[in-house]
Design a protein around this ligand. Structure first.
Ligand code: PEP
Ligand code: MN
Length: 295
């Protein structure tokens, strides 16, 4: 039986010819194309650790957390100025003011900033501040948005749609690449499965990491915060992701002495836990030679 729209990984050289290993033999079977964000190297010698608040709430909150990320040894700052929320009545982020706060946080700490853009009309505005543009799970198949971030030359963090297959995810990445922007880092952030919501937020699909690495030369990182939704699971999930070959982590942290964060409080870890995760990730440095042998 033939079914319209049905694809398998065998169709990937046609779906994403710009990104597939088979159509880009210069990367061989194992080489990763390093994506550099102001000196931070995704797919380089060691896993990258990005950390910060779920949402940019205030100057004091975000700048304070940025300093904590720096002290813990994190490589980059995350934080949403524009938040995709389930209800339109929930806090939607602090918008343009949030972008200014991120820019101050970068100035004070030197940490490059990744932040989400949800609307194609906002790409140039967000790109003025962001060192890396985040396309969130809910927007993974927003093709005009993907094309627009592709037209910038900014690195893009493309999160996996929560119900997206690997083919759909790589097809989405191809929309960015087709515009001439190869500065793409993929991010597994948990998918919907029958246990999701019962004991964790989503199902963390670590098995997809080696699959991504087999099929494409793009770096791939893991978000253990949104994948689990449970603070106590974030550290072990981070270690597991690194063991599975993830090129990095993106983690939500909070300063609980200031009260609870306005979004995703139950998955936020403290700076001390982040420090342990960073030390674990640092211990997984791989020299280029080892990378070739290990792969
Ligand atoms: C986020 O990282 O802020 C976020 C909303 O994540 P996701 O798009 O993976 O749900
Ligand atoms: Mn969040």
């Amino acid at each position: 039986m033939r079914i319209a729209g049905q694809v398998s990984i065998n169709d990937l050289p046609r779906i994403c010819p710009t990104l597939h290993r088979q159509t880009n033999p210069q990367y061989g079977d194992h080489q990763t194309r390093v994506v550099e964000v102001r000196g931070v190297r995704f797919g380089g010698e060691r896993p990258v650790v990005i950390a910060g608040p779920c949402a940019v709430e205030s100057h004091e909150q975000t700048v304070g957390i940025a300093h904590a990320v720096r002290r813990a040894g994190g490589d980059m700052l995350r934080g949403g100025a524009y938040k995709p929320r389930t209800s339109p009545h929930d806090f939607q982020g602090s918008g343009l003011e949030g972008l200014c706060i991120l820019s101050v946080a970068r100035q004070e700490t030197g940490l490059p900033v990744v932040t989400e853009v949800m609307d194609p009309r906002m790409v140039s505005e967000v790109a003025r501040v962001a060192d890396m543009l985040q396309v969130g799970s809910r927007n993974m198949q927003n093709y005009p948005l993907l094309a627009e971030v592709g037209r910038t030359r900014k690195p893009v963090l493309l999160k996996r749609g929560m119900a997206a297959s690997l083919c759909e995810w790589l097809g989405a990445a191809e929309y960015i690449a087709k515009q001439g922007n190869l500065e793409i880092v993929l991010c597994e952030r948990g998918i919907k499965g029958f246990p999701s919501g019962e004991y964790s937020r989503y199902v963390l699909d670590l098995n997809v990491i080696p699959a991504v690495q087999m099929l494409t030369y793009l770096p791939v990182i893991v978000d253990p915060s949104h994948a689990t939704g449970v603070a106590a699971m974030v550290e072990p999930a981070s270690r597991a992701a690194v063991e599975m070959g993830s090129h990095g982590l993106i983690i939500e942290i909070a300063d609980f002495s200031r009260g609870l964060p306005r979004c995703d409080a139950d998955q936020a870890i403290d700076a001390e836990t982040l420090g342990r995760i960073v030390r674990f990730a640092r211990a997984h440095q791989v020299s280029p030679e080892e990378k070739v042998h290990a792969a």
